[in-house]
Ligand binder design. Structure first.
Ligand SMILES: Cc1cc2nc3c(=O)[nH]c(=O)nc-3n(C[C@H](O)[C@H](O)[C@H](O)COP(=O)(O)OP(=O)(O)OC[C@H]3O[C@@H](n4cnc5c(N)ncnc54)[C@H](O)[C@@H]3O)c2cc1C
Length: 67
């Protein structure tokens, strides 16, 4: 695992993953660490509001999010 980076992000939830994505777009290197080995088996969202989908679309994530 890499240990050198400008930004160290703890947690690969929506906040951590969005932060890593946006930092990357700005050319800022980051490392994301997550304590869970996979995705959660307990759903933590049942819908996304329109603004959230606008952002996901801008970030090129609409298709995987819809899937
Ligand atoms: C039961 C439930 C239902 C919900 N329903 C909705 C909904 O319908 N719509 C909606 O918009 N929102 C919903 N939410 C809220 C939504 O899930 C949260 O707002 C969102 O997940 C917060 O994102 P986050 O990245 O801040 O935190 P989290 O999603 O909690 O992610 C934090 C991550 O950090 C990891 N982590 C924590 N500590 C460490 C550590 N020391 N080292 C490494 N990794 C660590 C955790 O494993 C986790 O993966 C719901 C939440 C719950 C609990």
């Amino acid at each position: 695992m890499r240990t050198d980076s400008t930004v160290f992000i703890v947690g690969a939830g929506p906040i951590g993953m969005s932060l890593a994505l946006l930092l990357d777009r700005l050319g800022i290197d980051s490392i994301v660490v997550e304590r869970s080995p996979g995705i959660t088996t307990h759903p933590k969202a049942r819908d996304l509001n329109a603004r959230t989908m606008e952002l996901f679309r801008m970030w090129g994530l609409e298709e995987p999010i819809r899937a």
